[in-house]
Design a protein around this ligand. Structure first.
Ligand code: NAI
Ligand code: MG
Length: 506
């Protein structure tokens, strides 16, 4: 570990931030660290990754491969197979055979043993999983190491516990698994989303065809290597890599009983249309535009930490990101100043550096989307502040940014930016806070900061969001169901409620 050294001189960012009246935090007390890079020399990437079908690594019938790159360096890491409809068909057939012949016949306690083995193997390989997650997707190593990988493993542990106790989950009603689940996941939490999807499906007795996102396929493929190693029966989980067309082929396959999708609202709507009338079960976890609501009586320093965590966690690539700050008018200026001082100390850069707070934006396309929406915010008259931190020359990076004077009707107040960009609005009364918070097509999450428990409950009852955090933000636990309503989708993942997405209850 690098030894922290007190910085003699203020950085530019801190200088800029401290041109305002002194709040007792001038940046003098912030530490500068030597780079502390996570080692990668021991990793051996394959040149080409095949599809994982029926427990074997199979070359794609499409004969096509695509590169996955490291968004922090723009360098390719490996080539990955691109599954076409024929490949998807082979994967679904193998999942069906495994369902009929093995998995649905296994005693629940045996299924639990496999889930425990997966969870433990993930813990054993935690370091490499975290490094690969960071290289393939751009998120800071401290997040992949301390959040993504442990939470993914915890999800398998939690569902291992349910596998032989399902009789207790549905109030004594009879239940049966659905069959083959087709699961399509995004790039913001690649391994964690794979765990959220696979663990409950297997615990409930289903088999799986999973399609990871095209920019971040590698940790799902490492998970497949774990399945091989723990001798999960062939075909119980199949992994088909590829882009939207591969996902669409999975959705269209006639022998899939359930589709679980996390991603954009646009694609979610398209999937819903595609399977209408087919009898396939569906859960959708889509976008969000969460309000983080700060009352004047809140512990403001704690709230500022929560705001920062809410929007800058994982570069804002979070569907439940607290991307709209609603702050009570009387403390607006104070909160904005505290926020600016805090953001100015954040380190943006090499995601493999253990001191990095904000890593790379996941793809060039996403960076362009963020830039476009930020330009729209400026054009619509909102006032932009971006941290004056230096950005690496190569790779896709965007500085932590917020907007003040944001009009309710502006695009940055409504559209999901999915980047490190916060829109700040004000309110005067709790009723106005509720009205503004609910003025969105989404309904995934919200946060309330106040000293009064009664006010948190009052707000939580009125906020249209699947999750409401009180005096905290972005907290997750496998036992706590997550999901939204309105255009954020339907169905829950995690907890007892999440199990019902993978069974037919009689
Ligand atoms: P996307 O919705 O296109 O991608 C998510 C997954 O769906 C990927 O695996 C992709 O290959 C697959 N997919 C794409 N088209 C499909 C189709 N027609 N049928 C089946 N599967 C399909 O999201 P994208 O383009 O990567 O990001 C666009 C925006 O979506 C982001 O800027 C962000 O606002 C939002 N988003 C939301 C996420 C969430 O967690 N709710 C995650 C990722 C993106
Ligand atoms: Mg990549």
């Amino acid at each position: 570990m690098a030894t922290p050294r007190k910085n003699e001189k203020k950085t530019d960012a801190v200088k800029a931030a401290s041109s305002e009246p002194d709040l007792g935090f001038t940046g003098e007390s912030s530490w500068q660290y030597e780079p502390s890079l996570e080692g990668t020399d021991h990793l051996r990437f394959e040149k080409k990754y095949e599809l994982f079908i029926g427990g074997r690594w199979v070359a794609p019938k499409s004969k096509k491969y695509f590169p996955t790159i490291n968004p922090a360096t723009e360098e390719p890491i490996a080539e990955v197979a691109e599954a076409n409809a024929e490949d998807v068909d082979a994967a679904v057939r193998s999942a069906r055979t495994a369902y009929d012949k093995i998995w649905s016949k296994l005693r629940p306690a045996e299924r639990a043993k496999y889930l425990y083995r997966i969870a433990r193997a993930m813990q054993e390989k935690a370091r490499d999983l975290a490094i690969v997650e960071t290289m393939d997707g751009g998120k800071p190593i401290k997040e992949s190491r301390d959040f993504d990988v442990p939470t993914a493993s915890a999800h398998f542990f939690y569902h291992a516990g349910w596998a032989d106790k399902l009789d207790l989950a549905f109030h004594g009603r009879p239940y049966r698994p659905l069959g083959v689940a087709g699961q399509i996941i995004p790039w913001n939490f690649p391994l964690l989303m794979a765990a959220w999807k696979i663990a409950p499906a297997l615990a409930c007795g289903n088999t799986v065809v999973l399609k990871p996102a095209e920019t971040t396929p590698l940790t799902a493929l490492l998970l497949a290597k774990i399945f091989e190693e723990i001798e999960l029966p062939p075909g119980v989980v199949n992994i088909v890599t590829g882009a939207g067309a591969t996902g669409a082929a999975l959705v269209a396959h006639s022998d899939v009983n359930k589709i679980a999708f996390t991603g954009s609202t646009d694609v979610g709507k398209r999937i819903q249309g595609a399977i209408a009338g087919s009898g396939k079960r569906l859960t959708l976890e889509l976008g969000g535009k969460a309000a983080n609501i700060v009352f004047a009586d809140a512990p403001l320093d704690q709230a500022v930490e929560g705001i920062v965590n809410g929007i800058f966690f994982n570069q804002g690539h979070v569907c439940c990101a607290g991307s709209r700050l609603l702050v009570e008018e009387s403390v607006h200026d104070l909160v904005v100043r505290k926020l600016r001082d805090r953001i100015a100390t954040m380190r943006v850069g090499n995601p493999l550096d253990k001191n990095t707070d904000l890593g790379a934006i996941n793809s060039k396309m996403q960076l362009e989307k963020i830039r476009g929406l930020v330009a729209a915010g400026e054009a619509e008259g909102a006032e932009r502040w971006s941290s004056p931190c230096a950005l690496p020359k190569k790779g896709f990076f965007f500085p932590p940014t917020f907007f003040t004077n944001v009009a309710q009707a502006s695009r940055i107040a409504h559209e999901e930016i999915f980047g490190p960009v916060l829109s700040i609005l004000t309110f005067r009364t709790p009723d106005e806070a509720v009205e503004k918070a609910n003025n969105t097509m989404y309904g995934l999450s919200a946060g309330v900061w106040t000293d009064k428990g009664s006010k948190s409950f009052w707000m939580a009852q009125r906020l249209q969001a699947g999750v409401v955090w009180a005096n905290t933000f972005n907290k997750f636990d496998p036992s706590s169901p997550f999901g939204g309503y309105k255009e954020s989708g339907f169905g829950r993942e995690g907890g007892r409620q999440g199990l019902s997405s993978y069974v037919e209850v009689g």
